[in-house]
Design a protein around this ligand. Structure first.
Ligand code: SF4
Length: 218
């Protein structure tokens, strides 16, 4: 093939492949407006800047965008087992308003939830039912142990009570108190949000795709 013609064909196609490997694009609602999110995989690659579209385009890493979406749309599975559940209910009411954190969508169907809030005394009779409900929740999922009973068995040092739900489930956040106030639950929720924002979501869940993308842009 003629050298110039070859260059003419190969350079644009190489650029196209490079660009499509580097960016994954999507439209997202943002504060009432639609914004184009460009997920830039390599953090070192220089990007063009156009001041005319400032405020409408966001550059970020895919992990950061994914974590941002997840942490602000946590749907709780309210596992209310005893008195702590009353405080959990109060957290959803207008005075404390858990909706400010995007977590007001409490579902009693485990397949629609991603954070289980264990609120109350976990008896052995209930423990396996709690575990089964947890297993029915889709990944990724998190657990908050709300109050002394869910965290450690509390004052019930008895043959009938599980001494902490962490013996059955991987707990992400423990909340102290008997019962914890709604503010404490909200603080626990914010701690969970911080934890989610540090997760390597994309790399952990799609290692093969991450490897291919890294190789493509290396
Ligand atoms: S921690 Fe206290 S308030 Fe909560 S379930 Fe146990 S006894 Fe009840």
């Amino acid at each position: 093939m003629d050298t110039d013609l070859h260059r003419l064909i190969s350079v644009p196609s190489a650029s196209l492949i490079c660009v499509s490997s580097v960016f994954i694009c999507g439209w997202f609602p943002l504060q009432g407006r639609w914004a184009l999110l460009l997920f830039a995989m390599p953090e070192t690659r220089a990007s063009a800047y156009d001041s005319k579209i400032e405020g409408n385009v966001i550059f970020t890493r895919f992990d950061a965008a994914l974590n941002w979406v997840r942490k602000n749309s946590l749907w709780p599975m309210p596992m209310g087992l005893a008195c702590c559940a009353i405080e959990l209910m109060a957290t959803a009411a207008s005075r404390f308003d858990i909706a400010r954190f995007g977590a007001e969508v409490m579902r009693f169907s485990p397949r629609q939830c991603d954070v289980m809030i264990v609120a109350g005394t976990v008896t052995y009779k209930m423990a396996l039912a709690v575990k089964r409900i947890y297993e029915q929740m889709p990944e990724p999922k998190w657990v908050i142990a709300m109050g002394a009973c869910a965290s450690t068995g509390g004052m019930y040092r008895s043959y009938a009570v599980l001494q902490g739900i962490d013996q059955l489930l991987p707990v992400d956040v423990y909340i102290s108190g008997c019962p914890p106030r709604p503010e404490a639950l909200l603080a626990g929720l914010m701690k969970l949000q911080e934890k989610i924002s540090r997760e390597k979501s994309f790399a952990a869940q799609k290692p093969e795709l991450t490897k291919k993308l890294t190789e493509a842009v290396a």
